[in-house]
Every structure is written in C-alpha cells, then in structure tokens.
Design a binder for this molecule. Structure first.
Ligand SMILES: [Zn+2]
Ligand SMILES: [Zn+2]
Length: 264
C-alpha cells in the first residue's frame, strides 16, 4: 500500500481522531510510512480553531514515532494554509526544522472558505476563477512549502451551486499554477479526500494531473486527507493505476523536507 502523506488527527480543529487510531489503520492497510499533516490556518475568522499548537504537536509526533518504531515510520508534516497577508507566519513555520513535509493549501479566499455557502454567494459565477487566481497569487508570494495541496479544492464544493468545472474550462487559470509549481521545483499533491465524499476524480482532477505531466511535472505526492481512519488511504490502488496510465512512475515522500521517490 502506498504511503499516505496527507492525514489529520485531533490536532486539527476539524478532527477528533486520536493519532494512534490513524496509525493502527495505516498498519492494518500495510503502509510502511505515513505523514501526519494537521491544519495550520493562521489569522482566519472561523468557528473552528485552525491554529496548530506546534510545540505540543511535534512533541506528540516524536513520541509516537518512537513508540511505533519497527512497525511503521511516522513522519511529521503540516498542512499550512497559504494566504497572501501572513508572509512572516508562513516563513516562521517553514523555518521549523522538525517538519518532514509542508503541504501548502489554499483554504481561505478573501476570508471565506468554499466549504461554506458564503463563498459561493459572494463570488457566484467567478467562484472557481477567483479560487485559482488566489492560488497563483499565493505561489507568487510564497515558496514555503513542499507540495501544493488539492489544487482544485473548490471543485469539492461547487456542485450544489450549479457550477460546473473542468480543466478545459479553466485551463488559462490552471496552467500558470502548474508551470509555477514546476519552475519552483515543488511537488503537486494528488488528494483523494473529495473521492471519499463522492467525487469521481481526486483533487486536482486527472485532467489536471495529465496536463502537469505534459508540462514536465514529475513530483507528485499522494494523500487521502483522512480526518478519521475510515478514509485513510482511500482509493489509493485505483488512483495509483490511473497515475501510472498518465505516465507517472514514482511518487514522493518527503523526509526532512527532501523528496524520496517510491515506485507507483
Ligand atoms: Zn486542505
Ligand atoms: Zn487536509
């Protein structure tokens, strides 16, 4: 089983899962390595506290790593919420040498998370365009991450508002993002979290992953975005086969912020 490098525990404001539950599930699935990536969305207005308590988190991850040594390798990552107005915070987090992997994810646009209807009410027909423009803007300002998380995160939530989405429709917004990821030597994440909620494709979609490969993209990471053990490693075998058919041969697992390549 491929290693899951995007998963959450009770250190994320939107998960109640004790880390050992995720670890036991990963062991049961036959994973040799897993990377916790709890949320840190700094300075956002939300009912949920998305600020990660970094010292406590790192201490617990260290202790679990020792406790499970010989059974599974536990890596310490973070899902760092990218925004244009918090450059100092993003830099400070990235300078913490305890992290194996930093996923850069855009969750908040103009203070709104597309998880909630207010985002779509505000941006209506330009909802997707605005999201992609914000991702590009963040990439132009910040390089403090290793892999770009769920590039088309917004596609998870637009359906109920009658908004269609395809790579082709937004190619002129998505291509510059893919080129920037490649030029900066970053990885692109293939995230199956939306599939566990009923989407047919991962985030980003297979068409976007195909385009990334066409443009010369090589580094991909694989994550389920599981907030509880039931979706850990979700559809990894199926997605791995499709990634291979697109032409990818390896996926990356970051250790000490360096990519180690494993065959798909
Ligand atoms: Zn996310
Ligand atoms: Zn996540």
């Amino acid at each position: 089983m491929y290693s899951d490098t995007h998963l959450h525990s009770y250190f994320s404001g939107d998960s109640e899962t004790p880390p050992p539950e995720q670890i036991e599930k990963a062991i049961a699935l036959g994973m040799e390595t897993m990377c916790f990536t709890d949320h840190d969305d700094h300075d956002v207005v939300s009912d949920i506290d998305f600020e990660l308590k970094i010292p406590e988190y790192i201490a617990e991850m260290r202790s679990l790593r020792e406790q499970y040594s010989g059974r599974i390798e536990i890596l310490t990552g973070i899902e760092l919420g990218l925004k244009t107005d918090i450059p100092d915070h993003l830099r400070e987090v990235s300078e913490n040498d305890s992290f194996d992997q930093i996923i850069g994810s855009v969750h908040f646009i103009a203070g709104l998370d597309p998880y909630y209807p207010e985002y779509f009410l505000k941006f209506s027909a330009s909802s997707y365009r605005t999201y992609f423009d914000t991702v590009l803007e963040c990439l132009e300002l910040h390089r403090h991450f290793d892999t770009l998380g769920h590039l088309d995160y917004i596609a998870r939530y637009g359906g109920p508002y009658g908004l269609t989405y395809s790579y082709r429709e937004y190619a002129d917004s998505i291509d510059p993002i893919l080129k920037k990821v490649i030029d900066c030597g970053k990885a692109l994440e293939c995230n199956t979290g939306g599939m566990s909620r009923g989407l047919s494709d991962p985030n980003p979609s297979f068409d976007v992953l195909r385009r990334y490969k066409e443009l010369g993209g090589e580094f991909i990471t694989l994550g389920s975005d599981a907030h509880s053990p039931d979706t850990l490693g979700y559809e990894f075998d199926k997605v791995g086969d499709i990634l291979k058919s697109i032409g990818f041969r390896y996926y990356a697992v970051f250790r000490n912020r360096k990519p180690c390549m494993y065959p798909l």
